[in-house]
Design a protein around this ligand. Structure first.
Ligand SMILES: [Zn+2]
Length: 510
């Protein structure tokens, strides 16, 4: 033992001796832009104090399926679109500079790789549950009709009890798993417009719950109009409703909210007067809203436009109805859908728009003088089997073929064929990725095209979720509660504490 101490002390004295000869770090080190930029990040962190005050407002952004590789690739794609880019890798998405970060463990109570229903339930209620179930505890099973004895109170419901204005915004159907987990309680995510015959009278479908049974939500915006109108009624875009019970839930909402505004397209959306309106129902598509890459601004608003409008209406509800702050959930629902289709380009474009929506929120809150009172959490519900691979050189087009340092020609794999930087471990791939066991040749393909489907190793009709952790970013009051590797359910508890939602006061009560 003594010998080891002596050896270690000797090693330290060698280091000290060499250090004492170095008057300063060499200039080629300190003059490096990387060195000075990184030093600035640390000095800024050292002087940033995160307010320990109570969060008056809370916004939770959820990028559905936005794993960390998706974030990295979207950051580079956005960077490469900037005229002064240095390759694109140096870019940051808006939320990546938030002061506090954590990694969230996403598994469901019964599934190693999760689905959105169970993960969003964990974030909204503080308790994990099974895959496919929304706002109900793990004590029951998927498909159980009776759920009233196992309902989990959500952060949105607690916010309503605290007299906060509330909102839910998504580019998916507003009855889809992630947005539904803010307001609904049901044992099967697929029961969006009806429930199985054996459950009728025991539980209502998700759309019915939203209009008739859920907390009184100020702002509801997204897709999924078909789930609100009868199957005998044709919607404005020509497709019929999905409801078999004859209810027209849009008319029901209008009768409950005579001063509220129902809108279904960009024209109506743009006409919303945020100085007089405190209730909005916006259903902009029969099913999911369009991908950002396909969206026509004349037909549907963007996620960032919806985010800005939602905040303005919620702030107006605060002043008109004397509400105390707001709770808003904004989901980018289709990052996930494009990944399921093995289509990186659309997924990354939706991720960039998601980043824009966060910027839009910060700008709107800043203009209203509300930013310092707002806890903003930006995260994902789960990842995808999406990878960024090979040794492409700096600035190589992120959607392109791998071209290595010092070369203008694509790198070749062992089968003498080029390969893309982005790929999937499973999925539909490009046509027959492995036709008769042979990988397709990409030499003549434009892999940056919007419809291109990256090659996948394992052929599956739909690319799958992945089980690794997702990132959580936070800024604002008590955002320091978001740190380390955490269960996803911790997000609820951080919100509950930072915004004093009073969740603990309801423990053990009906
Ligand atoms: Zn999915």
């Amino acid at each position: 033992m003594k010998r080891m101490v002596t050896a270690s002390a000797a090693a330290i004295s060698v280091i000290l001796a060499s250090a004492s000869h170095a008057a300063a770090l060499p200039e080629y080190q300190t003059n490096s832009a990387w060195y000075s930029q990184a030093a600035t990040v640390v000095s800024d962190r050292a002087t940033t104090s995160t307010a320990s005050t109570t969060a008056k407002n809370v916004i939770v952004f959820v990028g559905d399926g936005m794993g960390i590789s998706t974030q990295t690739a979207a950051r580079i794609l956005e960077g490469q679109s900037k005229v002064d880019n240095q390759g694109g890798e140096e870019n940051y998405l808006s939320f990546e500079t938030f002061p506090h970060t954590a990694l969230a463990k996403t598994y469901n109570t019964d599934q190693q790789t999760p689905d959105s229903a169970g993960t969003m339930t964990a974030m909204m209620s503080g308790a994990k549950t099974k895959a496919g179930m929304i706002g109900v505890s793990d004590n029951i099973n998927r498909g159980d009709c009776e759920v009233s004895h196992e309902r989990l109170l959500t952060a949105l419901e607690l916010a309503t009890l605290q007299n906060k204005a509330t909102g839910v915004v998504s580019t998916a159907r507003i009855t889809h798993a992630t947005p539904a987990a803010t307001y609904a309680h049901i044992s099967d995510r697929n029961w969006e417009a009806s429930v199985p015959e054996e459950c009728e009278g025991k539980v209502s479908d998700i759309a019915y719950q939203l209009i008739h049974q859920a907390a009184d939500i100020n702002v509801i915006m997204g897709g999924g109009r078909r789930n609100f109108i009868p199957d005998s009624v044709e919607g404005p875009e020509g497709s019929n409703g999905r409801r078999t019970d004859g209810n027209n839930l849009i008319e029901d909402w209008q009768s409950f909210n005579s001063k509220g505004q129902y809108v279904w397209n960009s024209e109506g959306f743009n006409a919303i007067d945020t100085h007089t309106t405190s209730k909005v129902l916006g259903l902009f598509n029969s099913s999911h809203m369009e991908y950002e890459a396909d969206r026509d601004d004349a037909d549907e608003p963007s996620l960032s436009a919806m985010t800005e409008k939602a905040i303005e209406v919620l702030l107006n509800a605060n002043s008109q109805q004397d509400q105390q702050g707001f709770f808003l959930v904004v989901e980018s629902g289709r990052i996930d859908h494009a990944h399921h289709g093995g289509n990186a380009a659309r997924s990354l474009q939706d991720t960039i728009e998601y980043s824009n929506a966060v910027t839009s929120a910060i700008e709107t809150l800043t203009a209203a003088g509300e930013l310092d009172d707002t806890l903003i959490i930006v995260t994902a519900d789960h990842s995808h089997v999406f990878t960024m691979a090979g040794y492409p050189k700096r600035g190589n087009p992120i959607l392109g073929l791998v071209v290595g340092v010092g070369s203008d020609d694509p790198s070749l794999a062992n089968d003498d064929k080029p390969y893309t930087t982005l790929g999937y471990a499973n999925g539909p791939g490009v046509g027959a990725s492995f036709d008769a066991g042979v990988r397709g040749d990409l030499s003549a393909l434009n892999t940056s095209a919007i419809d291109y489907q990256q090659q996948a190793l394992v052929p599956t009709s739909s690319e799958t979720h992945a089980g690794e952790d997702v990132a959580v970013f936070a800024m604002g009051p008590q955002s320091y509660l978001i740190q380390g590797a955490i269960e996803q359910s911790v997000i609820f508890h951080a919100i509950n504490q930072a915004a004093s939602l009073g969740g603990n006061a309801y423990v053990g009560k009906e």
